[in-house]
Design a protein around this ligand. Structure first.
Ligand code: PA5
Length: 449
């Protein structure tokens, strides 16, 4: 199995002890069938395939409008609050964590306003503490909801809208709020039209967790100073790679391998990083695969760990616990910065043999050592390696995983683009909150509490 595409490499030496070539061939041919289902747009959920072409839909005016807002808000907002949950939050959060300097504020690097998030939980403490900060800072808000009716962001938006109007007056507040939502439906669209907010549209045929390359992800990134053109170029390049109908297509290979391992009882996939900047990328990935595949009693459970930190917590379980998992390591060939281990004349810790070595080289050896130890412990290991952590690579990775997820879910015979199970908690919550129309359900639930 080979994939030389200069953007993302796959190394499967770490799974060869667990599979044979006949099985792999079979799984690859099933993945090719699933690829056909996806690309001929004949599978279940095929009215949600707009994301397939997003990187090639050359929507310059929209990108320019986002950059214009970034320039405008750079002058008047120290903070921009992004309000959203699930697919309306995790993509931009992942990109910002991966690409921005974590200490930009302390260093006054001024890449753009500080981006904070709201509406991604229902914690009263979080909200109150965020409002403490917003009380002090000049700020603006981006409210994102495809349906326009999701409870968590709706509650956060009520509070922030009210605060902005009190702080700046209604007219100025309206210039400090942008809504990203459906083109015509939903409560958020209605408020935006009524209040005269500027809006960006989430296309009808793009579901929440596939929307990072629409204004859902790109607007917060642009406002934070991320190079969104480069991100789209990376995604477009990856699209070309993914669209090739071949066993050498890395997305087909990844889908084939993970399904093959699933069939062998490896029901948990752990996305492993060796760079804390990728922690939220893993959160985005978990939503993508969890919501796309976890239905009809099937699906690989997506988990994640941050190494080497978690080698000192979850490492024990991975090495010797239940043998139901495999690892997919997502790493970069080159670090963005250089830093070496120093020399200590006293050498009390005995580490002078590392003096002069880059810290990343130590990290890479930790990666290699961990891989071999985990393979010996019965954990198959797939390595996905991109060049470096920049906007281009990240765009490519977003597209790669979306595409691979579509192929993978079709291999399981599942509709990757719906999420019927998410409704159940909402119904119960509404009933328990006393929403009109939910009285009967409320009675039944209360008996069980
Ligand atoms: O992938 C999905 O569709 C979901 O995770 C949604 O993104 C999430 O529930 C938020 O929905 P909305 O954007 O409608 O507020």
């Amino acid at each position: 199995m080979e994939s030389k595409n200069k953007i993302l490499d796959i190394d499967i030496k770490g799974i060869t002890p667990f599979i044979n070539s006949r099985e792999l061939e079979l799984s690859l041919s099933k993945a090719l069938e699933a690829f056909d289902t996806l690309t001929t747009r004949k599978g279940r959920g095929n009215d949600y395939l707009g994301w397939l072409d997003l990187p090639t839909d050359n929507n310059r005016p929209e990108q320019d409008a986002m950059k214009k807002i970034a320039a405008e808000w750079k002058l008047k907002a120290q903070v921009v609050v992004v309000i959203g949950i699930g697919g309306s939050y995790l993509g931009s959060k992942a990109a910002l964590e991966a690409l921005l300097h974590p200490f930009a504020n302390e260093l006054a690097l001024n890449q753009g306003p500080k981006i904070l998030f709201a509406g991604q939980n229902l914690s009263q403490d979080y909200m109150a503490e965020l409002m403490d900060l917003l009380e002090e800072k000049e700020y603006a808000a981006i409210v994102i909801s495809k349906s326009g009716t999701t409870t968590e962001p709706a509650i956060a938006f009520r509070i922030i809208k009210n605060h902005l109007e009190t702080k700046y007056g209604k007219e100025e507040a309206a210039t400090r709020i942008i809504a990203v939502t459906d083109k015509s439906r939903g409560a958020l669209k209605e408020v935006a039209s009524k209040e005269g907010y500027r809006t960006f549209v989430i296309p009808d045929d793009v579901g929440g967790r596939y929307s990072v390359l629409t204004p859902v992800g790109l607007l917060p990134m642009a406002v934070a100073g991320v190079n969104i053109d480069s991100m789209i170029q990376g995604a477009a390049k990856m699209r070309e790679i993914c669209m090739e109908r071949s066993g050498n297509n890395i997305a087909i290979q990844y889908a084939a391998l993970r399904n093959l391992l699933y069939g062998k009882g490896k029901t948990i996939e752990i996305l492993v990083n060796f760079n804390p900047k990728l922690q939220y990328f893993a959160e985005w990935w978990k939503q993508l695969f969890g919501e796309s595949e976890g239905k009809e009693g099937k699906g690989i459970f997506p988990a994640s760990v941050n190494f080497t930190s978690d080698l000192h917590s979850m490492g024990q379980y991975i090495q010797e616990g239940e043998r139901i998992m495999f690892e997919t390591v997502l790493d970069m060939k080159h670090p963005a910065r250089e830093y070496s281990v120093g020399n200590d004349p006293a050498d009390v810790d005995g580490l002078n043999f590392l003096a002069g070595m880059e810290v990343e080289q130590v990290n890479k050896k930790a990666r290699a050592g961990t891989k071999l130890a985990h393979i010996d412990g019965g954990v198959p290991n797939i390595l996905l390696e991109a060049e470096r952590l920049d906007a281009f690579s990240l765009g490519a990775l977003f597209y790669f995983f979306e595409f691979a997820c579509g192929v993978s879910a079709y291999m399981l015979g599942i509709n990757p683009f719906d999420q019927p199970g998410v409704e159940d908690y909402k119904q119960n919550m509404f009933a328990l909150l006393g929403k009109p129309g939910y009285e009967e359900l409320a009675e039944k639930l209360k008996e069980r509490l």
